[in-house]
Design a protein around this ligand. Structure first.
Ligand SMILES: [Zn+2]
Length: 347
């Protein structure tokens, strides 16, 4: 026994303690018993757990967290108010790759969040009320405490959503360039693609958020035969979709369909060459967006899985931070323009 004496734990105590904990959890509810059975088959010999205490403990923690999450979701679902739906949608969205920004190291400038941006991002992730319930001072609509109004009511928001979109798009463009892929940002559709005969003249210019033009080494995927890629970057609010509180990424999926339809209605672009890169307010990436990042990371890694994995994490964090900054711009404007002074909650 040396200096580590204090850290040593009696094996028997731990195993008995673990077995007690397991029995208690199993008895706590039928759902919990079911969840436990899936992971830890009943055994008469508690000593078996000794073999892999760390693994058992990790599994237990997982089971408890899952159970808590499920109960929490069930509680919110049972309420079925607009606020519970909004919160549930946020929860589902945040659970899907929505925490990537939390892994960003503040060592690099584009990874840094101000104190206010960090406070707002965390408040949204945790579902903390951002205001006391009240009506919007501009349009008179009743607003929920989680800031839905800021993300869905564009007339009151004075174009701030455009700023968020731009931030995310710039972060994505950098991700392409860091992987050695040539891209152009915000070029006109008409300079690359023919207009569909039935498309009417747009009142505003249609611009391609990101156009990946290179082929061969400078391209993303010369094998697929689509050297040119049209990437449409889009941020949507999970709570706007009627099923967002039940189906993760429902809002993102709907946005992908809507954008695809729009582009193909106006321009002669092959469907395979269009990628709708959608993020939800709380950080979840649509499936297409995630696939694209994987492809870029593969290109960057050039066969080295470690490099690809690291680049993917790096890119997810970078885009996530850009999104949170954009969210902060929106929330800041909303609180000063739509929320009466007495109803703002200071962070
Ligand atoms: Zn309003």
């Amino acid at each position: 026994m040396g200096n580590n004496e204090a850290l040593e734990i009696d094996h028997t105590d731990l195993v008995i303690g673990l077995q007690d904990a397991i029995d208690r959890l199993r008895a706590s509810s039928p759902q919990m018993a079911k969840a436990m059975d899936a992971f830890l088959p009943i055994t008469d010999t508690p000593v078996e757990y000794e073999k892999s205490k760390r693994e058992v403990q990790a599994r237990l923690t997982e089971i408890i967290h899952d159970e808590k999450y499920t109960n929490f979701v069930a509680e919110l679902t049972a309420e079925d108010s607009p606020e519970s739906r909004e919160r549930l949608a946020a929860l589902l969205s945040a659970g899907k790759s929505g925490g990537a920004w939390l892994e960003a190291s503040p060592a690099l400038p584009y990874y840094r969040l101000s104190d206010e941006e960090l406070a707002l991002a965390l408040a949204m992730r945790l579902g903390v009320p951002l205001i006391k319930p009240c009506a919007c001072t501009q349009c008179g609509q009743q607003m929920d405490i989680y800031g839905r109004h800021a993300f869905v009511n564009h007339t009151c928001m004075n174009g701030k959503a455009t700023n968020r979109h731009k931030k995310v798009n710039v972060a994505l463009a950098h991700t392409f360039r860091d992987a050695g892929i040539t891209v152009a940002v915000e070029t006109l559709y008409e300079s690359h693609y023919e207009r569909m005969p039935e498309s009417s003249q747009p009142t505003v210019d249609h611009r391609i958020d990101i156009h990946a033009e290179g082929s061969g080494d400078g391209g993303l995927d010369p094998v697929s035969g689509a050297p040119q890629l049209v990437i449409d970057t889009s941020v949507t609010h999970a709570g706007t979709h009627p099923l967002a509180h039940k189906i993760p990424l429902a809002a993102a999926k709907a946005r992908v369909a809507e954008k695809l339809k729009f582009i193909m209605k106006h321009y002669k672009v092959s469907k395979d060459a269009i990628i709708i890169f959608v993020l939800e307010t709380h950080g979840a990436l649509g499936d297409e967006a995630m696939k694209l990042l994987h492809r870029i990371a593969e290109k960057k890694g050039g066969g080295k899985n470690e490099v690809s994995a690291q680049f993917l994490r790096f890119s997810l964090a970078r885009i996530g931070v850009a999104l949170q900054r954009g969210n902060a711009v929106i929330l800041r404007h909303w609180r000063s323009a739509c929320v009466p002074t007495g109803n703002r909650i200071v962070m």
